[in-house]
Design a protein around this ligand. Sequence first.
Ligand SMILES: *[C@@H]1O[C@H](CO)[C@@H](O)[C@H](O)[C@H]1NC(C)=O
Ligand SMILES: *[C@@H]1O[C@H](CO)[C@@H](O)[C@H](O)[C@H]1NC(C)=O
Ligand SMILES: *[C@@H]1O[C@H](CO)[C@@H](O)[C@H](O)[C@H]1NC(C)=O
Ligand SMILES: *[C@@H]1O[C@H](CO)[C@@H](O)[C@H](O)[C@H]1NC(C)=O
Ligand SMILES: *[C@@H]1O[C@H](CO)[C@@H](O)[C@H](O)[C@H]1NC(C)=O
Length: 486
Amino acid sequence: MLPATDSPPFNSKPKNPDILDRKASYLASLKPYFSLHHRRTWFFLAVLLLQLLLLLSAPSLPFSIYASTPALNSTSTDTILDSPTCPHGKLYIYDLPPQFNTEIVKNCADINPWSSRCDALSNSGFGKSAAAVISRIAPRDVSGAWFWTDQFSLELIYHTRMLNYRCRTAEPEAATAFYIPFYLGLAIEKSIFTKNSTMAERDHHCKLMLDWVSDRPLFKRSGGWDHFVTLGRISWDFRRSRVSDWGSSCIYMPQMRNITRLLIEGNPWDYFDVAVPYPTGFHPGSTTDVRSWQDFVRSRNRSKVFSFAGATRGYIKNDFRGILLNQCYSEPVSCRVVDCGGYKCANGSSAILEAFLDSDFCLQPRGDSFTRRSIFDCMLAGSIPVFFWYRTAYLQYKWFFPAERESYSVFIHRNEVKNGTSIISVLNKIGKEKVKEMREKVIEYIPKIVYANNNKGLEGMNDAFDVAVEGFLSRVKEQEQGYKWK
Ligand SMILES: *[C@@H]1O[C@H](CO)[C@@H](O)[C@H](O)[C@H]1NC(C)=O
Ligand SMILES: *[C@@H]1O[C@H](CO)[C@@H](O)[C@H](O)[C@H]1NC(C)=O
Ligand SMILES: *[C@@H]1O[C@H](CO)[C@@H](O)[C@H](O)[C@H]1NC(C)=O
Ligand SMILES: *[C@@H]1O[C@H](CO)[C@@H](O)[C@H](O)[C@H]1NC(C)=O
Ligand SMILES: *[C@@H]1O[C@H](CO)[C@@H](O)[C@H](O)[C@H]1NC(C)=O
């Protein structure tokens, strides 16, 4: 594994052109602890997902999506502000055939094999309001900014916001970057979880979209370098390289070669994968919402040193999370466990949020993949994340997190924990002042990890959407200045 390199935002270039060729060795290094072929891994993943999906199977209103997302049905450009301040350039949105986006959402009841996704995709991807529950633990004025947001709603959230983006242009000639509003993660969900699905089924949507886009003059002009998509699932779901493997092979298709993907977990060794924050439940409508939330989490009296949220049953012996769990159970005064086994956390974030609000630190081991939405739930609550793998955050969200990782997080190498290092002893060595400083840093970065509930964004603050899109625009400029390989 490469060490974490803290590069400044918008500046993460591949170190050399053969970087993609490292994929093979990267996959090999991944195998010992994360085998994509391992039945048990996928069984656990399936069980977890099933729980998540059961949560979403509450009485659904399939048509609420249209009522609440008028912007999606509109390709008109009259909402575009004539903004003079687009220092990074402007963005053009392809008008894709609806089968690649709106139709997928329209068929929300049929997106996966188990249950309807209609509630999750309602409200432009934010899901239903969680204000009633959150107002029991947080101030009423800011509770309205909380929703039951599904972690896989990224594509819809970005598209909605993009349509209203202040630096959007209807003139391709005036654009720096080109957005392909394709909901691939949603499109493949059914086929990747259907046991007997064929590879052709899993690749179908991606192939159609790539055939469509690569035929456009704008694409041919640049070879795709100034194009990007959002993918609402982890990179591995799109990287099937062999016949019997998991997922779609979308990222490996030749026409995808130069298209940048904004996704919730990337392959850190692939320049074209850019990891962006998982959607969480907090969607501030204004800077006032952000500031009152920041004040609220800053003022908390935290009774626990650390917390751990995860399933507590069904772990195989020696599972790393099992070790953390045991350490937490053996320090009941200092640590709080949120048991997310069964359906306990299935109906949302309030139990988890409460635990994070009451703890100085939260443990963030890898799960079935390297990243988890919990990282963001934790930081939103002003709790300081403790990581055990570089790839959980430092090698992922470089555009969104402070460059100095010690300023906002703690790193304890997993091998030290396996060798008996006690987490509480490491955390207790950190002085009170330092904890306060780190928490302040976490709180300062809250705007950068949320998706605003406002078409114009948070005026005067960059949210995760702004950071991601400006990051991509800057990158295209960089490439134009000669940074491209042949
Ligand atoms: C896959 O399984 C489903 C349900 O078990 C069945 O309806 C369908 O025909 C199967 N498809 C193939 C290609 O075997
Ligand atoms: C990707 O970019 C390279 C270098 O600019 C170019 O040679 C290649 O044709 C592009 N690929 C596609 C599919 O356009
Ligand atoms: C936190 O504790 C201090 C001292 O015990 C108390 O004065 C303060 O009101 C508490 N704050 C909250 C938000 O409960
Ligand atoms: C969430 O589920 C738990 C356990 O099933 C239940 O006790 C609680 O009332 C539920 N909360 C809401 C808001 O539905
Ligand atoms: C853990 O213990 C093993 C065997 O005792 C040792 O080789 C290794 O260096 C230790 N690792 C760390 C990080 O302490």
